[in-house]
Write a protein that binds this ligand. Structure first.
Ligand SMILES: Cc1cc2nc3c(=O)[nH]c(=O)nc-3n(C[C@H](O)[C@H](O)[C@H](O)COP(=O)(O)O)c2cc1C
Length: 444
């Protein structure tokens, strides 16, 4: 396998990771080329800090390899700048041959990578990377994040070595099954997004609570807020455990749905009657969020929970006059049915497409193997034909030489016979002459 490792590194953290990957790929017998992406102008830490807020990429020095078509795998490395580093973004926009290429993404970060992966900064890093690569038609097989500061989570740690090994394994055998990828990897990606959302809710609600408390206008008392925070935090922690352990990943979205709806319902109870009614629309936002996952089961689960929460609110606070379940309930039930139905159809359709694509890829791989085998056979055949032609030519040449010799011999014999005949003629003539002479002598 031919591997290209292209990376940008300002202070050497990503470079170390690139070197570790190069070593691992080489130890597995693969050919590795390295491309160090360089910015046209290097900036200070603060300079980059500012630039990445206002720009999405920057000028780079011309790369050594500007067409990656010849590689089986392309690994792209970047430091985490709460987004993709600007030189790497430009490289990915300019480099040729990314279409259908299997791509691995490795990044280094200052913080603890396991936590960083579940908060906004590394999420945005992956998101900006995926945005550029998807636009260019590349296929992201895996992405890893290691720390350049914490030794325990660096490329040289046990954790780092394991992460690097898994990364190389995945790139060596990319996408065993597209359907499997959709059903399992997407599950993890969706749960990761929910964890990121929960972490944003936890952090922003805490900031809001402190702020409103400082100005003396808090919506919730500290004990009420603590109650809410605890529910969300337990869900957040449970999801983190599920995701880091990769056990029962499918449970993540149900847990998040439960935590979000329970949190919202409790907040409505606390805020009734003044703010309760407006934030009821939060249920719709949660519902919309889950419909994005195109998973009918979690959409119906969320809708079911919303209906239950509504009933709970209605039977506990009917007199407040803020809830109109006669209007809301039919709306929720019918939209859940419609969205669930559409999602189910979309998912079936998508899975069928993936199945067809998978069959095509398998057929293509089988065809490639057959073409290779046939080419090899033809090569052997043409080599043996060449041998046969050489042998026949040699034999023909020998025959020709023999014929020539024979020709020479027979022509020589003919000439000899002519010579002999001439000699006989001369002798006969001489004999005749001497006979005439003898007769003359006898007469005299
Ligand atoms: C502009 C900028 C933004 C950064 N943002 C983050 C961040 O959000 N989270 C983090 O953990 N580290 C952040 N860092 C630190 C780098 O990700 C980290 O030090 C990385 O390992 C540097 O890689 P390098 O040595 O290859 O340049 C940032 C660094 C820069 C320059």
């Amino acid at each position: 396998m031919k591997v290209l490792i292209a990376y940008y590194s300002k202070s050497g953290g990503t470079e170390k990771l690139a070197e570790a990957l190069e070593k691992e790929f080489r130890s597995r017998g693969h050919a590795v080329d390295i491309e160090r992406i360089k910015s046209a102008k290097e900036h200070s830490f603060l300079g980059w800090w500012h630039l990445r807020m206002v720009k999405s990429d920057c000028d780079i020095q011309p790369p050594k390899i500007n067409d990656v078509s010849q590689y089986d795998v392309v690994c792209i490395g970047s430091p985490n700048w709460t987004r993709l580093s600007l030189p790497v973004a430009r490289y990915l926009r300019e480099v040729k041959g990314l279409k259908y290429k299997n791509i691995g993404f490795f990044a280094s970060t200052a913080a603890w990578p396991q936590i960083e992966w579940y908060i906004l900064s590394a999420y945005l890093l992956d998101l900006t990377f995926a945005g550029v690569v998807n636009k260019r038609g590349g296929r992201i097989i895996d992405s890893i994040l290691l720390s350049s500061v914490f030794k325990k989570w660096s490329w040289a740690s046990d954790y780092g070595r394991k992460v690097i090994k898994n990364f190389c394994d995945k790139l060596e055998n990319p996408i065993p099954s597209l359907k499997k990828y959709f059903l399992e990897e997407r599950e993890i990606e969706n749960s990761r997004l929910l964890v990121v959302i929960l972490s944003i809710i936890l952090l922003s609600s805490l900031l809001l609570q402190i702020f409103t408390w400082l100005i003396g206008k808090e919506f919730l008392t500290w004990s009420e807020y603590f109650y809410l925070f605890l529910i969300e935090f337990i869900a957040y922690f449970a999801m983190l455990t599920i995701l880091t352990g990769r056990f029962f990943a499918f449970l993540g979205k149900y847990l998040a749905s439960l935590a979000l709806i329970a949190g919202l319902t409790i907040a409505i109870l606390f805020l009734t009657p003044t703010l309760g009614r407006p934030i009821i629309f939060g249920y719709i936002l949660i519902f919309i969020l889950f419909s994005f996952f195109r998973d009918p089961k979690s959409i119906l689960f969320t809708a079911g929970l919303v209906v239950l929460a509504y009933f709970y609110l209605f039977f506990n606070y009917p007199s407040e006059g803020i809830l109109l379940p006669y209007l809301d309930l039919p709306f929720i039930v019918s939209s859940a049915a419609i969205v669930g139905f559409v999602a189910k159809n979309l998912q079936d359709h998508y899975l069928n497409l993936l199945g067809a694509q998978e069959e095509t890829e398998i057929a293509k791989a089988a065809l490639e193997v057959r073409v290779l085998a046939r080419t090899r056979e033809l090569k052997v055949l043409s080599e043996s034909l060449e041998e046969q032609v050489k042998e026949r030519t040699k034999k023909l040449e020998e025959k020709m030489a023999e014929l020539e010799r024979f020709n020479k011999l027979s022509v020589g014999r003919e000439l000899k016979m002519i010579e002999l005949k001439e000699e006989i003629k001369d002798l006969e003539k001489e004999l005749g002459n001497s006979k005439v002479k003898n007769q003359k002598n006898n007469k005299t």
